[in-house]
Design a protein around this ligand. Structure first.
Ligand code: SF4
Length: 343
């Protein structure tokens, strides 16, 4: 998961907006756009980590413009997850914390939340752990504006670092999403350095590129190396478990940037050709109980890849990604395991 542009590099967060310290938000741009558009009703949406800031932000917008504000109370996981119902009910929607994906409604303003952490020190620490001299550097949208610091630090350590281009759903050069690693895959390098927090993105980079990945966490200052084995073991177990199932739910997301209906139809046809009972299920938020009530013995998720790969422990039935389902059917070799990505 995974985005507004600070014009002067300083924080535009008005005093009194709590829960958003450490981030820069270009509120001036948003206020300007709201005033120019003459919007009367503005929607606000943010991921859980930024939600506490929304009441104060709503108050700030109402003080600075003619508009009234309404906050989306539903969960929000990424730019793929715009609250479409609220979007249809307001003149302008401010979606905080994520960079714009290619697709999406026209009345949404994406207001990225950028973190202030310096990348130089943690990158210098990571340089001592990197073994190669040609290294690809990636990060998430929160740190992407500071990638230059990382590249400088690596250069000082004699490492030739490069970043992959933006394109498709990737808004900025060097950025990765949990569902897209094109910025890493496009590079001809020997190793990758991921700068950010959490292990999902570096796991994705390692599996998408087959290369060693070192993680530099600018928040904790820690440097570590990713090991794909535990994830691959869990996924192998899930595939094996799903082999006993006869009734498969093929999950299709209602979220605009996660909806892959064609892929779901293809998965359904593939399973039916092997004698399996396959049915499509259309959902907004994918929750364990909903699948059990449908009598599914296993599921294939065409929604956000994190549903199958990150949240698997929450479900009592195995949930596979599309490439994993192909392995289960014998249509793809385990050696050709690939991370599920959305182009
Ligand atoms: S599909 Fe998942 S990983 Fe991709 S942008 Fe949406 S929430 Fe993030």
């Amino acid at each position: 998961m995974d985005r507004a542009h600070s014009t002067d590099g300083s924080s535009c967060t008005p005093a009194g907006i709590s829960g958003i310290s450490g981030y820069e938000l270009d509120l001036n741009r948003a206020i300007d756009l709201i005033r120019k558009s003459g919007a009367q009703l503005v929607g606000l949406q943010a991921p859980e980590g930024l939600k506490r800031a929304l009441p104060a932000l709503a108050r700030h917008i109402e003080e600075e413009t003619e508009a009234k504000v309404i906050i989306s109370g539903d969960p929000c996981f990424g730019a793929c997850d715009v609250d479409m119902q609220l979007c249809g009910a307001v003149d302008i929607m401010l979606h905080l914390g994520h960079a714009e994906l290619e697709e999406g409604p026209e009345n949404v303003i994406f207001l990225e939340a950028r973190m202030n952490e310096d990348l130089k020190e943690v990158t210098a620490k990571a340089a001592k752990v990197l073994k190669a001299k040609k290294v690809g550097v990636t990060t998430t949208i929160q740190h992407v504006h500071k990638l230059g610091q990382a590249l400088d630090a690596l250069k000082e350590h004699g490492i030739q670092a490069s970043i992959g281009p933006s394109g498709g759903r990737i808004a900025e050069a060097g950025q990765v999403l949990g569902c897209n690693y094109s910025a890493a895959r496009s590079l001809n390098v020997e190793e990758h350095l991921f700068i950010g927090t959490g292990r999902f993105h570096p796991l994705g980079i390692a599996l998408a590129t087959g290369k060693r990945v070192v993680i530099a966490d600018p928040v904790t200052g820690e440097v570590s190396e990713i090991d794909t084995d535990p994830l691959l073991r869990r996924r192998f177990a899930a595939i094996t478990c799903a082999m006993d199932a006869k009734r498969f739910a093929v999950l299709v997301s209602k979220k605009p940037g996660q909806k892959r209906m064609e892929l779901a139809e293809r998965i359904k046809t593939m399973g039916q050709a092997k004698g399996l009972e396959m049915f499509l299920v259309y959902l907004d938020n994918i929750e364990p109980d909903r699948l059990l009530n449908l009598g599914a013995e296993a599921a294939v998720s065409t929604a956000c890849p994190r549903v199958a790969l990150d949240d698997a422990a929450k479900y009592r039935i195995p949930i596979l990604t599309p490439p994993e389902f192909e392995i289960m059917l014998g249509e793809r070799k385990w050696e050709d395991y690939s991370f599920d990505e959305i182009e």
